[in-house]
Design a protein around this ligand. Sequence first.
Ligand code: NAD
Length: 499
Amino acid sequence: MVDKDLLSIQEARALVRAARKAQAEFAQLGQERVDGIIKAIADALYAQAEPLAALAVEETGFGKVQDKKVKNILASEKLYAAIKDMKTIGILSEDKEHKVTEIAVPMGVIAGIIPSTNPTSTTIYKSMIALKAGNAIVFTPHPSARKCIGRTVELIRGVLHDCGVCEDVVSVMSVPTLEGSTELMKIVDLILATGGPGMVKAAYSSGTPALGVGAGNVPAFIERSADIEDAVAKIFASKTFDNGTVCASEQSIVTEAVIADKVKAALVAHGAYFLEGEKLEKVKRVMERSNGAMNPEIVGRDAMYIAAKAGIEVPAGTRLLVSDEKGVGPRYPFSKEKLTALLGFYVVNDWKEACEMCHALLQNGGIGHSLAIHSRNEEVIREFGLKKPVSRLLVNTPSTHGAVGISTSLFPSFTLGCGTVGGSSTSDNVTPLNLMNIRRVAYDLGNAVCAAPAQQGYGQTHGQTHGKTYGQAEAQADAASLDVQAITAMILEQLKKMA
Ligand code: NAD
């Protein structure tokens, strides 16, 4: 019997070998042909948006079919519209004036790491952006979403086959284990990793170049000048979309004391239930695992499900369970990322305190990701834009829809960079442009920087460096190195005496 981890490692190697061969051929196709293939994939996967959504919900238990369908459409039809005119293959530009030509060079074989929360949409999106830039991609699925990710890849491979392209440019591991993923990450050319902090760290520790993007813990600040009804309606739309599985969904509301009662009333009118006493304690008990991580049994579920799981009664039609919170940190589960129908609620005195509270919440697991603000005060919005450690400040918009480019002009994406502050090598909404190298062919400008060799002095014996005559600076450096030799000799002499 072969051990599962060995099987998984072997599979990773075999898939990468096949992908490498297929990618070498794929990279020879011109831009037009590649674009035709991407269009065919977009059309085919758009047509399957609903069945794939249903499969993902059935397998993971997370989210809602109609919203996962929207995500699949964003990852196919909408993404195609955003990338169709991008130049990504061959010569990108020829600047005659500055004499530089830019040529796209595919990165090669990419490892695609897929989270359980957006499994089918992220697989469609990563396949399309990888291929658009001339790469192959090998996926390692989240074990709890293996079937729906496998089905998505199967559909994409079918399209590739119909287009007369070797299917191995897109493949997926059928035996995903940590050991297999680790091997995959070692032998590819780039890791495109989307998930929690453990996985992002593993990707960056592999020694392979990586684009790893991690967790969010998005606060939504409702400032005193905001249209409260509009803000609350948008937060509900965002937080209940796919039962809150999107990493950019709101995790807490921060608001000012002067409007807190109105905000609370609007939340209750939309279906929020403020937990207190024993009910709050019971919910806290099912929120987390013993190590403080999110409990997958309540991720991507609606409020009534969580209430039943916690063994509490809430009014019929409750859409969000809210906790009026005072603290932030490991002892306050409502101050962390929840990705379900749970929301923290914080009241502060003014926007400056709100700034600090948002900062503390971001530090608590979502630094570098996103923050939402609802305000009509441009000065406050600008201050937040200038000071907050996030890669997206989402203004007067549902943060889920805003961050992934549905309700804003941000690029449609399921991999949202968190910047270096968030341990990520990018702050972008990742696009095909992040998945290619650019070779620059630079011609001499004819401005004669190469002077003739010097006739005397150091130049005669030591030649030249970078077209400049060997001069004073180098002579000083030599003198300094002589000093070092003299000092070393002195130290050795002292040591001899001491011995
Ligand atoms: P996860 O980190 O548990 O899993 C993601 C993937 O990484 C899975 O395929 C898993 O098998 C693999 N993995 C996990 N640990 C690994 C390790 N040490 N070595 C190798 N592979 C490993 O994530 P999840 O629970 O499915 O997704 C939810 C998390 O992802 C949330 O924190 C959410 O905020 C984040 N997320 C971020 C983005 C973004 O764009 N920034 C998008 C979606 C999800």
